[in-house]
Design a protein around this ligand. Structure first.
Ligand SMILES: [Mn+2]
Length: 333
């Protein structure tokens, strides 16, 4: 696997799989050559400590340099400041630390929105998955001001669609997708002054295999498109990715890709807080990233839930860097 020095191919046509319907195509956003990195050392959304070290582990694995080798101009915007668990009030037990999570997500939202407004593509490094509330609010906020919607691909073992009432733990990292679709703690749902951030018809989940009882109801009710591991096994990732990309690009300005590393099988990505067997394998995950790159419509990306404490010799961080390279256009040939 040699990295190429060639810049990624220029965008040619919009995604060919879009439905041939009468609905006029939304104006497409030209993906830029500039990438802004933001780290969010957040571990307030889960119970296991250690995800706050995720951004450092990914930087150590050489993300910036490898993206530059791919032909991108990369600027590291540093980390969002997150208060530590010891110095922050937990607050409401049904949505633990949600005031501090909301404060951090608001900081992130502003940085991401400013990045997208410059025509750059932000990459957000987690941190637990609660930070997606800020990332998606920033990207969606920019396009909303232009009257456009964005799509969302959510790779995860879990649904992340609990509400404070259905969550067995009160951990906010089990709620961000629900929040983005308009359900959950008001201080999070209202972030950026609008809700929902994405429409269910533009939202796709991939890799799902561990859902809480109450959460299942909300997922079914939400109208989001869900590819559980059963569908991945049944149809193959090629077909799942085709359907997913059709869904998130049809009538949108492009899409955000949110990768929870626990969506990947723990044999490949062991350094995650909430590992679940039977996940996406190495090639399935890369194929999804490669097809995302081929679509030329990814606006922004985040990689979350890396827990270096549970990792082996930074292997999961190195895998995460490989995924980002594939999603940004690295090719085998
Ligand atoms: Mn997640």
């Amino acid at each position: 696997m040699k990295t190429t020095k060639k810049p990624p191919a220029k965008r040619t046509t919009r995604h060919a799989a879009a439905k041939p319907s009468a609905k006029p195509a939304a104006k497409k956003h030209e993906p830029g050559r500039e990438i802004d990195l933001f780290g969010v050392p957040m571990d307030l959304g889960g119970s296991r400590r250690g995800t706050d070290m995720g951004p450092s582990a990914i930087r150590i694995a050489g993300l910036e340099e490898k993206l530059e080798q791919l032909g991108y101009d990369v600027r590291d915007g540093g980390d969002i400041h997150v208060e530590s668990r010891e110095t922050t009030r937990q607050g409401e037990a049904k949505a633990k630390f949600s005031p501090e999570i909301a404060r951090c997500c608001e900081q992130l939202r502003k940085k991401v929105q400013a990045s997208v407004a410059k025509g750059h593509r932000p990459i957000v490094l987690g941190g637990d998955h609660s930070i997606a509330i800020g990332t998606v609010a920033g990207v969606a906020g920019h396009f909303r001001a232009k009257g456009a919607s964005i799509g969302l691909i959510w790779v995860d073992a879990h649904g992340d669609m609990n509400s404070p009432d259905t969550s067995p733990t009160g951990n906010v990292h089990g709620m961000p997708l629900g929040v983005l679709l308009g359900y959950g703690p008001p201080e999070l749902v209202k972030l950026g002054g609008f809700a929902p951030k994405v429409k269910p018809e533009h939202t796709v989940l991939i890799g799902i295999r561990d859902l809480d009882v109450g959460e299942k109801e909300l997922i079914k009710k939400s109208g989001a498109l869900v590819f559980t591991m059963k569908e991945v096994d049944q149809f193959g990732m090629s077909e799942v990715a085709r359907r997913a990309l059709e869904r998130v690009t049809y009538g949108t300005a492009g899409f955000h890709l949110s990768v929870d590393l626990d969506g990947v099988d723990p044999m490949v990505a062991p350094g995650v807080a909430t590992a679940v067997n039977g996940g996406l394998n190495f090639r399935e995950t890369h194929l999804l990233m490669e097809l995302v790159a081929d679509s030329k419509q990814m606006l922004s990306m985040e990689v979350v839930e890396l827990n270096p404490v549970l990792d082996t010799r930074n292997r999961t961080a190195e895998f995460a860097v490989g995924l980002m390279l594939s999603a940004f256009g690295r090719r085998i040939l």
